[in-house]
Design a protein around this ligand. Sequence first.
Ligand code: TYM
Length: 332
Amino acid sequence: RQRLLSGMQPSGDSLHLGNYLGALVNWVRLQDEYECFYFIPDLHAITVPQDPAELRHRTRMTAAQYLAGGIDLSKSTLFVQSHVPEHAQLAWVLMCLTSFGEASRMTQFKDKSARHGHDSASAGLFTYPMLMAADILLYKPYGVPVGEDQRQHLELARDLAHRFNTRFGDTFPVPEPLIPRTSAKIYDLQNPTAKMSKSAESPNGLINLLDDPKVTAKRIKSAVTDTETEIRFDRENKPGVSNLLSILSTVTGRSIPELEAAYEGKMYGHLKVDVAEAVVDTLAPIKARAEELLADTAELDRLLAQGAAKAREIASQTLAEVYERVGFLPAL
Ligand code: TYM
């Protein structure tokens, strides 16, 4: 089987609906066809300030949600990035292959550093994409399933693979972006032209996997729409309604045209009630299972240690190969 790799940050107490529908659902589906490595990028998390106890808690929470959402350890490997030191080691080598200008053009860095104040943003935020490239290239995967927002980072990983191969000899396959075409992006319910994200101004636009179902239903029912009445998918002119339609489509598996036909002549209120119900029904069992897993942190930590051991078998081989190619003297 061909190999895939992907990761999701332990930011916030819970994954949000964008992470779930934009990424996790797809990861679960891919497990049957591919040899999958999924990990929690805690090194990436500290590119912005984190409270240590919170970070530990969130890392476990994220792992529990991966498992509750359907990551199956008999098929896939799940691990924590900081448990595999080769990620940081390869990142250094890749940083030395990336130009300052190239790194400066990364849009996520520009957005995030603007938010934190350009001069006080950490150097880690700047080198974030090279660490991400290391995460990927260490496992020599065929592909990387991510949401649309990660496309530019993946392009850099591809460029770096190619650059390394050209300079030091064929080492890395150039990884394919596996970006789901439909509903790859879920938007903020209150501000439907911005992607759903932890860092939104108001929590009311956010649906978290571990929220109380009542909160979830309320937020969906208060989603911003528009002053027309027609239920139609039109990202440009009707971003709020389009977002609700794509959420419903992803959750129910019904196509957008099918939904448009079904809601012809109905009111926005109908659509919202149905989206709320479908989302709550989908998330309830995930929340319950995640809470069960979190009740036994010793067992959860044991599963993560097993995953890290499997990941290291591959990562250590790749790093040794890279060190040799780059010209580092072997440590006897
Ligand atoms: P992160 O943690 O921001 O997001 C994890 C995954 O969720 C997707 N996603 C969304 N999809 C649809 N709608 C949204 N509103 C939405 N928000 C997030 C993202 O596209 C992503 O697939 N840099 C990465 C983490 C990372 C990584 C890696 C990923 C680190 N190393 C190596 C792949 C391979 C990130 O911050 O994703």
